[in-house]
Structure formats: C-alpha cells, structure tokens
Design a protein around this ligand. Structure first.
Ligand code: ADP
Ligand code: ZN
Length: 744
C-alpha cells in the first residue's frame, strides 16, 4: 500500500479562482452572462456598474447584474472572458435593475431588450466630447514679446470667461493661430470643457396660481404623500379644464423641495408637450428635461447623463422615459393615463401606465394617474381602494363644460358628396361670424380611406398588407398606413385600364378640408394630423397658431384630442361619432367615449361657453347617449358590469399570441401545434388560431390565438410552459402580448 501511495499524483493545487460577475447585455435572447474580473479592476466592478465586455469579437456595453438563480451550471472560471473596462458613469441603481427584471418577467420578454430601453442613448455611454476653451492665466507678460494681436486676445480674455479659439479670434479680430501660440507662452491656458451644458434648475420658490377649494384639497393630499415619501398611488379624476396640471404641479413642487429629488411626468405623445412645456416654463422659470424618440443624439446624451447624475430634476417624456436611470425618483405623474398610446405595440410589449405603477412601487414613491376619462382598469383599482381617488368636478374660473348635441344624420343628411350636415354648417357660420374658432374632428388621415374603380369595382390594396391604400391628395400619393408603402395615384384603373374611373370613397381629413375650403373660402383653415405635424416644432407652431387666434377652423385626427388649451375655440364638430364603434373590440365603447369627451373638452375652456355637435347615424347608442347626458359615470359603470359578467379585463385576463411568417402554411401549422398543446386547466380557455384581422402586414402572414383566464391565474408561467412544449416552424415568429389592447 505504501508503495502505491508513492506513485499517486498529488491533488493538483486549485488554481486561485478570481472574481466573476454576471452581466446583462442589452441584446435579445442572451440573458445574463458571466465574465471574469481582471486583477486591476477588482473592487471597481460593482453591482449596477456599466461596463464594457467582449462579445462575439467586439466590445459591448452591459450592466453588472445581481445573482440570478437557476442560470444553470456556471462556466469554469478559466473559460470566462475578462471585463474590459468600467465606464465612467453612475451605476444603474437597484430599483431600476429590479424594474427591468419585473418588466421582463411580466411581458415574457427577454431582459436584454428591456435593459436596452434603459440604455437607449448609446451616445450617452461614450465619453462626452469636450471642446478646448481658453482662459487668461495669472502669469505676468514680463519678458514675453507682445504684439497688438496678442494684446487684443488678452483683452478679450480679461473677463475670465472660458472661450473657444474661434470665438476669441473673432472677438479680437485676429487669427486662431494667435490664441494657440499664446498658449505656448503660458499667458493663456487651454481647458477641455464638456460640450453638454448643465440644465438650469427649476425655481420652486415661485408662487403658483391661487387654487380653488377642491383643487387645494387634491393638491394637499398629493403633496402630503410626497412629503412623507413611500409608494402611494392616486387617481386624479377631473373633468377637462379642471386644473389637473395645476394640482399635480403641487406634488412636483413638494418633491423638488427635497435636495436631489427627481420627478418624472409621462405624457402620451410629443403632441402634448409644446403647450405643457410652455406652462412648465411659465411656472418654474426653466424648461424641464424632455425625453422622447424625436430627441436627437446629442440632446439624448445630455439628458440621459443628467438623469443619471441626478442633475435633471424634472423629466417630461413619452413611455420610454420610465427606463431612465434616475438616482432619486421621488414622484411620478402619468398624464392622460387612459391614452392608448401608452401601450407599446412593438419590441417589448408593455403598458407604460401599468409599468409606471411598478416603477413607483420599486422606487417607493407616490404616483398620480391623471385623466378626465380614466380607464376602466384604473377606475376599478380606485374602487377597490388600491388607488386613492381625488375628484375635480368644476372647470377652472367661469368656464363650464360645453353643451352637447347629437345630429341625427338620418334626418339631417349632408348633400351628396359632402360630409357636414346643414345644421353643423350653420353652427360653423355663426361661430365664424362671432370671431370664434371651430374644430372638426375626424379620426381618418388622408383624403379618402379607399380608392375604387367605378367600372370594374377594383379596390386599390397594399401589395404587402391586407389593407386599402389611403389617398393622400396633398402629397399626390396613395399610402399604406400599416407598412408605409407609397405609390403615385394612378390615372387609369390598374385592373380594367379604364381612364378616369377611379373614385375616392369616404372622407378623410383632407377631403373635409376641401369641403370646408369650398364652403368657407375666406376662413383660415388648417389640418392637424400626424402627416402635417411631422416634428415637435411643426406641432408647436400649429398649436401656437390656433392658440393665438391665427386660424378659424381646425380639422384634425385624434392628435387634436390631446390636452390642448385653446381659449377662443367654442365649437367642436365630431364628423363621425360612430366611427370608433364599428368593428369594435373589447374597448371600442370605452375608447370612443374617452376620445369624444377629450375632443369635446377642447371647446369653451375659457370665458366663452362651448358647443359640441356629434354627427351620428345611431344617436341612441349608449356611448352617444352617455356623452349627451353627461353621465359618464353611469356609462363606465355599465361597461364595468359587462366586463365583470364576461370575466373580461380587468376582471379576467387576456393574452394574445401573434404568429407571423412569410409562409402562410408554416404560420398556420405552428398555430395548430400551439392549439393542440394548449393548457387544459380550470379557468383557462384558448381560441384560435384564426387569421388576424390584419392577415398580412409587410408581406408577413399573421394568425392569432387568444388566451382568456380568470383573474387569479398567473398567466406568465402558464404561457411560458406552453411555449416550451412546441417548436415553431422555421421562419415563424411568436409574439406574446400580455394584456393586449390591439386585436389587429
Ligand atoms: P386639465 O389638465 O384638468 O384639463 P388644466 O390644468 O389644463 O386642466 O387647466 C385648465 C386651464 O385653467 C389652464 O389654462 C390653467 O392654467 C387654468 N387654471 C386651472 N386652475 C387654475 C387656478 N387655480 N388658477 C388659475 N388658473 C387655473
Ligand atoms: Zn402595407
């Protein structure tokens, strides 16, 4: 035995294992990866640190994540790639990391793409560019050869302000070279200064308007919670023009009194921001930090970094602002919380209002959901006592809610080829004569929703979607509103080749414009749609034109419903009140109601009372009835009862699976496979696969399955397990939409 032992190789000394970290990369389907921490970075690679690591032959930026359990057997240390460097940025805080995990788990999306929304300012992650500025040093000129040019430069710099060479040169009337040679003498010193200027700080010391009693009550409830800190959700339910903004501004003021505290205001679309920004500026002396998809790279970097450093105190943004790296988030407001655009319909499918609640919970701060027409989801949460409800019943000052009337189009039909009933035309005439403004609302872009051949009946369709092409007469083209395909308007029918046989069917806002121009040739008329308001500045300009009375008649799509305040607007005409109800999904009634209340809410917001006319072929419909009677509460109560009866959201749950791919047979087959493996469980039912209403988009065939469950069932594990039981056919994508809002 002894002998044998002599030959036994000794246990190898274990190679000392270095530090390892888990890193989340903003890349789809990678999950959290392990990396080695090289000697020189030990102690620096902390949780939340933003770091650079090698990935597939290049460098990628990721975030040091926490211990993620169940990630399989870890790779041996020797196999790990080393972290390259730690970026000079504040670490991503725990509350944002947990938020990314939460959104990922809830939406069944990989965490990478969720994190990407938080790191969506790629330029922010790189070093901020600097520009060389010059200042005068204290060194005396003794012994240095002075020229008039040099004297001139020193004179310019005498005030101590750092200036770039070209500016100094221009002011001194010399060439740039003079400044640079002076640097060599030591009389002038170069300093690299970041090109990103700090944001000016809002002045919360300014006094706001005197609040009414009900406003005061609501503002105090919010401000008290902000002062206390901790998660506290509110529903601020106030009619249009009741001063909801003034009320949540008080919460914002309270939050900003605490040093370093940050505030986030989510708004549905950039459309809202121009007036909102002016108002903020009027109240706090400076503009807030703005965050949305139109913000350019340089400004994005500046904003992202200012949020991360805590410098940005107030951020107003679209839904993606939720993922900004706040240091000290102390208060959130979601304005117009009912707005459908809070649901993101591509990439990670999430509802920003719902996720804002989660963000507030994780940041442990109060949140206000504000609306004149709260969503049923939010109303139910308030009824159940989860949200504290604050109500504003009166318009500010002497303003009252507009008077509403239906125009029964069966009895007051418009002339052939026109869309405005004689009654509405008379009201517009009267409004013009009184020097006041009218707004016509029609939620249809373009000239006509359909182009048809009178000879053969051919309808012009998009080559890659199941959708009609919409005529845009201003631009002389036909456009698909689903994929953006455009083509010139043909002169002959593509099918039967007959000339001058194509006709436009139905109205869009451009066609309405034509009618208004014809009826009121001298009125100053404009169309407000996403086609005419391509940029925030174009929107701001148009809004300014209306607010200042430079327009008499405004024709708009849903874009005009968004919270604007036009004091001289006294007439609103809803051209087709039934439009949103056709082909209705689960929320068609609720959405139409909200939209029409919002558009009506544009009328009579100042001293002059407003009137609203709803053109309808079905004025007895509950939605129209609710609008006329002003009894929205009864309408929403009826909606609620109906949803409850059918276990529809928020009393039950829906999950949509959207399958798409280039080959219809493969998509359908995958759908059938899914259906055959569908979960069999009490309280769960699955329908489909059925061709989606938009059966083809961008050449991709689409099928849908819909899962309906009772409220207590946890749908995420159910769907996750279900998906793991099948393998999709090649080229078929399966998109999971938890709590779907679109059923197209
Ligand atoms: P909402 O957001 O509820 O539609 P707003 O906050 O936009 O209402 O208020 C409507 C208008 O009334 C705005 O011009 C606002 O400045 C004004 N307003 C509201 N409350 C007050 C107040 N207490 N004092 C002065 N002006 C007010
Ligand atoms: Zn198309």
């Amino acid at each position: 035995m002894r002998q044998a032992q002599l030959f036994e190789t000794p246990e190898p000394e274990p190679v000392p294992e270095g530090e390892r970290v888990q890193v989340l990369l903003p890349v789809p389907s990678l999950g959290v990866l392990d990396y080695a921490v090289p000697e020189h970075l030990v102690g620096q690679v902390k949780e939340g640190a933003i770091i650079e690591v090698p990935l597939a032959g290049r460098m990628a930026v990721g975030v040091v994540w926490d211990q993620v359990p169940g990630n399989g057997k870890p790779l041996p240390y020797s196999k790990l790639k080393p972290v390259n460097r730690v970026l000079d940025l504040p670490p991503v805080r725990l509350d944002l990391r947990r938020f990314v995990d939460w959104v990922s788990a809830y939406t069944l999306s990989a965490p990478g793409p969720v994190l990407r929304m938080g790191l969506s300012a790629s330029s922010a992650l790189q070093a901020v560019p600097v520009r060389r500025h010059f200042v005068r040093t204290v060194q005396p000129t003794d012994g240095i050869r002075m020229t008039p040019a040099r004297e001139a430069v020193l004179k310019v710099l005498a005030d101590g302000t750092p200036r770039v060479a070209s500016e100094v040169a221009a002011l001194a009337g010399v060439s740039d070279a003079v400044v640079r040679t002076l640097e060599k003498t030591g009389l002038v010193e170069g300093r690299d200064i970041s090109v990103d200027l700090p944001y000016p700080q809002p002045d919360v010391g300014r006094v706001g308007p005197e609040l009414s009693d009900e406003q005061k009550l609501a503002a105090k409830a919010i401000a008290d919670k902000v002062w206390e800190g901790g998660f506290a959700p509110f529903l601020l339910d106030g009619i249009t023009g009741s001063g909801k903004t003034e009320v949540y501004f008080e919460g914002l003021v309270e939050a900003l009194k605490a040093p370093g505290a940050q505030v986030l205001v989510l708004v549905p679309e950039i459309a809202l921001t121009s007036q909102w920004l002016e108002r903020f500026e009027a109240r706090f002396g400076v503009a807030p930090v703005v965050w949305h998809s139109e913000v350019g790279q340089a400004e994005r970097r500046r904003a992202w970094r200012a949020v991360a450093s805590g410098d940005a105190r107030v951020v107003v943004g679209a839904r993606s602002a939720l993922f900004l790296p706040f240091q000290n988030l102390a208060f959130i407001t979601v304005d117009e919380e009912h707005d459908p655009s809070f649901k993101q319909e591509d990439g990670v499918l999430y509802h920003a209002r719902d996720m804002a609640i989660v963000r507030a919970k994780l940041a442990d701060c109060p949140i206000v959901l504000a609306s004149a027409t709260p969503s049923l989801e939010t109303l139910v949460n308030a009824d159940e006592g989860k949200y504290q409800k604050l109500v504003l019943r009166e318009r500010h000052g002497s303003a009252v809610l507009p008077e509403m009337k239906a125009i029964d189009m069966r009895h007051e039909p418009p002339d052939a080829g026109t869309w405005l009933s004689p009654l509405l035309v008379r009201e517009m005439e009267a409004t013009l004569a009184a020097g006041e403004q009218s707004m016509l609302f029609l939620n249809r872009r373009g000239y006509a929703p359909l182009t048809l051949c009178r000879t053969c009946g051919f309808r012009i369709e998009c080559p890659s979607c199941s959708a009609w092409l919409v005529e845009h007469r201003f631009r002389h083209e036909l456009q698909c509103h689903h994929c953006g395909h455009v083509e010139p308007i043909p002169t002959a029918c593509p099918e039967c080749k007959n000339e001058e046989t194509l006709v436009a069917c139905g109205p869009g806002v451009e066609r309405l414009f034509e009618e208004v121009k014809h009826r009121f040739p001298t009125a100053r008329t404009s169309v407000m749609t996403s086609d005419t308001m391509m940029s925030p500045s174009a929107t701001a300009h148009m809004v300014q034109q209306i607010a200042s009375g430079h327009l008499d008649i405004v024709i708009g799509t849903q874009i005009v419903t968004k919270g604007y305040h036009f004091p001289n607007l006294t007439l609103v005409g809803v051209v087709d009140a039934d439009l949103g109800l056709r082909g209705g999904d689960l929320r068609a009634g609720e959405r139409t109601y909200q939209q029409l209340v919002q558009v009506s809410g544009r009328a009579g917001r100042a001293e002059k009372p407003g009137r609203v006319f709803l053109q309808s072929y079905e004025p007895e419909h509950p939605v129209v009835h609710a609008l006329l009677s002003g009894d929205g509460e009864a309408f929403m109560a009826a909606e609620k009862a109906a949803r409850d009866r059918h276990h529809m959201p928020p009393f039950g749950r829906l999950v949509a699976l959207i399958l798409s791919g280039p080959e219809m047979a493969d998509v359908l087959e995958t759908g059938r496979m899914l259906a055959s493996k569908a979960p069999v469980e009490r309280g769960v039912s699955v329908v489909g696969p059925a061709p989606a209403p938009m059966a083809r988009v961008r050449g991709q065939h689409r099928f849908r399955l819909l899962v309906h469950t009772t409220k207590i069932i946890k749908v995420q594990p159910l769907v996750r397990a279900w998906l793991s039981r099948i393998k999709a056919k090649r080229g078929v994508r399966i998109k999971v939409d938890i709590d779907p809002y679109s059923f197209m």
